[in-house]
Design a protein around this ligand. Structure first.
Ligand SMILES: Nc1ncnc2c1ncn2[C@@H]1O[C@H](COP(=O)(O)OP(=O)(O)O)[C@@H](O)[C@H]1O
Ligand SMILES: [Mg+2]
Length: 409
């Protein structure tokens, strides 16, 4: 299955671009679901249909998938309460554990607060649709960039928290040896909480594998303005940091070149000039990523026909929607006497990257974004010898060192 997420700054045209891509794909015979994780609920407006929202009641059915036209289905997500409720039992248990080891109750409450329940609803729904939906293509219209990054970083971050909060239980979950937890002096979770924990761990693992699967990519939507381009550059770096494949840059709202009959030529010429400068900055910033240009229509594209026409009017390096994105993953290879870890990080310089080794993990920080990479076992026996950023890639050299060999190996 192909999954494409659309993200970008607020108001640049994410929903329109996502919906137009979905309509075009569906009309090519690709069975398509377009779902919106944005609380702004504008997907229905763009498609010109009512995407009914689930009633605000804990037992309300999940949000319904609406058929827009043959082959095209849409889904607007709304309800976060079911997730909060399911997390509550896990949280109560974690609070007991933290309490038993003397963590301040207020700190404990904060530590176990579910980060981004709305984001989790979106991810759980994406997982359900990918696993059991009849789709060839799932298009996700995401909330503005910051929330999307939080959304995409969440499965890993949350799994990390779960593992940190219950190291003994992690082993226990794996081996189902309650005696181990008892020996460690930790309160035992009730069966129902145990099941809940196991389900959460599995869900997070599944979501992470969907997001980083070969068939999943992110398309960055922007307009050719300097502030927007600057933010998009940072977004691209963050997306790569988290290991997501960005396979297209979509520049929206590009004014047509003036023709001879145009009456407001000076005004348009001004915009044309500014946008051409913007476009060349886009090329400069994002090449070799394919860049697609969407014209600024003289009206709002509302409804499937208008969206299909908008998609048709696109120019640039348009790729077939089902074509897989090239995967730029983290790699580890033998190098001299040690190993070389590489992580593609476009648009960064060495000065912006901060690295820290912490036990089995490598913390990579770029600006406000931080990723905790779980090191593959060969690297756990190594120490970091040095790091460089070259050719848009972070390279970290590791050397085996018996002083850091794990004791239990
Ligand atoms: N290429 C375009 N031409 C004309 N209007 C557009 C274009 N792209 C988006 N719009 C309009 O701009 C507004 C914001 O677009 P939207 O897709 O909702 O942005 P976002 O999802 O990024 O917040 C909507 O009213 C939409 O119809
Ligand atoms: Mg939107």
């Amino acid at each position: 299955m192909r999954v494409i997420l659309f993200t970008g700054k607020g108001g640049v045209g994410k929903t329109t671009t996502a919906a137009a891509t979905a309509v075009q794909a569906a009309r090519q015979g690709i069975k398509t679901l377009v779902m919106s994780t944005d609380a702004a609920h504008s997907l229905g407006d763009a498609l010109g249909v009512v995407l009914s929202l689930a009633a605000d009641h804990p037992d309300a059915p999940v949000d319904p998938v609406v058929e827009v036209e043959p082959g095209l289905y849409a889904l607007q997500l709304s309800a976060a309460h079911n997730v909060r409720r399911s997390w509550r039992s896990v949280q109560d248990y974690l609070l007991t554990v933290l309490n038993s080891v003397g963590v301040d109750p207020i700190v404990a409450e904060e530590m176990t607060e579910l980060p981004g329940a709305d984001e989790i609803v979106a991810l759980l729904e994406l997982r359900a649709q990918v696993e059991s939906g009849p789709w060839d293509l799932v298009i996700v219209d995401c909330a503005p960039t910051a929330e999307t990054l939080r959304l995409l970083a969440l499965p890993e971050a949350l799994a990390w928290h779960l593992d940190r909060l219950m190291p003994a239980q992690r082993g226990l979950l794996r081996r189902l040896r309650p005696a181990a937890a008892a020996a460690a002096g930790l309160p035992m979770p009730e069966l129902q909480v145990m099941e809940s924990l196991v389900r959460w761990r599995e869900a997070l693992q599944d979501i992470r594998s969907i997001l980083t699967a070969e068939g999943t990519s992110v398309r960055l939507v922007l307009t050719p303005e300097r502030v927007v381009i600057a933010e998009s550059r940072r977004t691209l770096t963050s997306l790569r940091l988290y290991g997501f494949a960005v396979d297209q840059v979509m520049v929206n709202r590009v004014f047509p070149q003036p023709d001879e009959e145009s009456t407001d030529t000076a005004w348009l010429a001004g915009w044309n000039q500014a946008q051409q400068r913007g476009l060349s900055e886009v090329r400069h910033s994002f090449e070799p990523l394919p860049i697609v240009i969407t014209p600024y229509l003289p009206h709002e594209p509302v409804g499937a026909d208008a969206l299909a026409a908008l998609a048709q009017a696109r120019t640039g390096e348009i790729r077939d929607v089902l074509t897989l994105a090239p995967v730029l993953a983290m790699t580890v290879q033998p190098d001299d006497d040690g190993y070389l870890l590489t992580l593609p990080l476009p648009l960064v310089t060495a000065a912006q990257v901060d690295l820290k080794r912490r036990g089995d993990e490598l913390l990579v920080a770029v600006g406000n974004h931080r990723r905790v990479l779980s090191l593959p076992s060969v690297l756990r026996r190594c120490i970091v010898m040095g790091a460089t950023v070259r050719g848009a890639t972070l390279r970290v050299r590791f050397m085996p060192d018996e002083r850091v060999w794990p004791a239990d190996d």
